[in-house]
Design a protein around this ligand. Structure first.
Ligand code: ADE
Length: 248
């Protein structure tokens, strides 16, 4: 997958792509990441990329021209499946959307800054806008890093254990079950016996039930949606779970 990210502060994106899974994806050539500084496409002698908003009000707006030049330059050799603007008013980023985008070959991401981007950029070039939550960040860069992380880990071969992205939270409309590692007992707190049993089938049943419990207790709205989808029945939680009522 090729991802081009346009920003007026691309330095903000250097660290997320210099470590861990995203770096590994680049090293394995499963991700081709290109960061572009919009300032490089400004014709202004001070490399200005923003201006005052028409109609007044506080905050600067990213101008159409440098962004247009950058996109036109890139589109001369790449056909993008999606051109995404990171914005708080975009469609919410979900696992489903990440799954869908992870199957694309070429994605362009535009990061807003200051008050946002001239609306004509969105109208002319962007195929969608994505938000990572109902709060306002200083710019789209951190949101873009979140988006890229969410979808790159889904590209086959990026994660070493092929199963681990499939068992992530939200893949089945549930959060993931709790996980434990050594020691088996810490200050009187025990890892559930079943996980030490080596009985794969029993562990799988426990994990399914623990995922339901965790979703019910930690994300009630998600649990309600899951129940609706699975016949609207109240599930009998705890019957297979050694920790019964408390569930987790
Ligand atoms: N830019 C500023 N805030 C944002 C948000 N919540 N999501 C995506 N991009 C943003």
């Amino acid at each position: 997958m090729r991802i081009d990210i346009l920003s007026c502060v691309p330095q903000l994106l250097e660290s997320p792509f210099s470590h861990s899974i995203l770096l590994r994806a680049i090293e394995k050539r499963l991700l081709q990441l290109h960061l572009h500084n919009i300032r490089d496409y400004s014709l202004d002698k001070h490399k200005k990329v923003d201006d005052y908003a028409y109609g007044g009000g506080a905050g600067m707006v990213l101008s159409v021209e440098p962004i247009a030049r950058c996109i036109t330059h890139l589109q001369a050799h790449t056909t993008y499946d999606e051109l995404i603007y990171m914005a708080p008013d975009g469609e919410p980023l979900t696992q489903q959307l990440a799954n869908y985008l992870s199957m694309k070959d070429n994605i362009l991401i535009l990061c807003g800054h200051y008050k946002g981007v001239d609306e004509r950029v969105r109208q002319r070039w962007m195929t969608r806008a994505i938000s990572i939550g109902d709060y306002v960040l200083s710019g789209g860069e951190l949101a873009a890093a979140v988006l890229v992380d969410a979808l790159v880990r889904l590209i086959p071969g990026v994660l070493s254990d092929a199963m681990s992205a499939l068992t992530d939270s939200f893949q089945e409309g549930l959060v993931a079950p709790p996980v434990y590692t050594r020691p088996a007992v810490y200050e009187g707190m025990h890892v559930p016996d079943i996980l030490l049993s080596g009985n794969k089938a029993a562990i799988a049943t426990w994990e399914q039930e623990a995922a339901l419990c965790a979703t019910r207790d930690r994300r009630p709205a998600l649990y309600a949606a899951w129940q609706q989808k699975h016949g609207g029945k109240e599930h009998e939680l705890g019957s297979n779970n050694p920790q019964k009522k408390e569930c987790l």
